[in-house]
Design a protein around this ligand. Structure first.
Ligand SMILES: [Fe+2]
Ligand SMILES: [Fe+2]
Length: 222
């Protein structure tokens, strides 16, 4: 899996540098059944423009501009990393790859994945979500839902990180412990991947139709 350009190549480094990322308390306006790990679908009144702009119309739409295409490409990258890293853990657990070779392949990629995902969420929360809510108040409850998702994903990410640290230590110092750690790490990464896939799909169904309806320039997205 190639390592694509980071979001820092596109977003202003100064903007990133001043961010102080505070995890606020869980948003309590989101109905319990819509919390990420319980939600099975996005209600129609949340995705209020999806019927007017269904997925098959997105590609090639004149308002699907540079920002939207870049943002969707980031989501595709996160989906691919989530699946690829979980798959690699399953191969290690099945004895199809050697721990040392796995370690060399896996560690830089999982580090890149977790770091970029965290940065992506910060940029959405501090810049694009407020901008969208100001542009159209109807997306407000959808944005609350997405921010609530970020909290759930952040907790899943922390769980995955903790087991990755344990696996890193086992591979470097105690090879006998590797197979004891791998199932936990695979489960944590698979849980993160499942939550992320749901979040990315729903985030796109909320935001892309609004961009297509109004255009990036009208919304002030750049
Ligand atoms: Fe997000
Ligand atoms: Fe996103």
């Amino acid at each position: 899996m190639p390592r694509p350009a980071t979001e820092a190549d596109v977003f202003d480094l100064c903007f990133r540098g001043v961010l102080v990322y505070l995890r606020l308390t869980m948003i309590d306006t989101v109905p319990a059944e819509l919390i990420l790990d319980r939600r099975t679908a996005l209600p129609e009144d949340y995705a209020f423009l999806l019927k007017a702009h269904p997925r098959p119309t997105w590609e090639g739409h004149p308002n699907n501009g540079q920002w939207c295409q870049f943002w969707l490409a980031r989501h595709t990258m996160f989906r691919e990393f989530g699946e690829g890293l979980t798959d690699a853990c399953e191969k290690l657990e099945a004895g199809q790859v050697e721990p040392q070779g796995f370690h060399e392949w896996f560690m830089p990629r999982v580090s890149f994945f977790l770091g970029e995902l965290d940065t992506h969420h910060k940029i959405e929360e501090y810049h694009y979500f407020p901008l969208l809510t100001r542009a159209d108040a109807r997306i407000g409850k959808g944005v609350d839902l997405l921010e609530s998702d970020h909290h759930v994903i952040h907790d899943l990410l922390r769980g995955a990180y903790d087991t990755i640290v344990a696996l890193d230590a086992a591979i470097q110092d105690k090879l006998d412990d590797v197979l004891g750690v791998v199932p936990r790490m695979r489960d944590n990464l698979a849980g993160l991947d499942a939550g992320l896939q749901r979040h990315l799909d729903d985030e796109e169904d909320l935001i892309v139709p609004l961009i297509l309806e109004r255009s990036e320039a009208d919304l002030g997205m750049h």
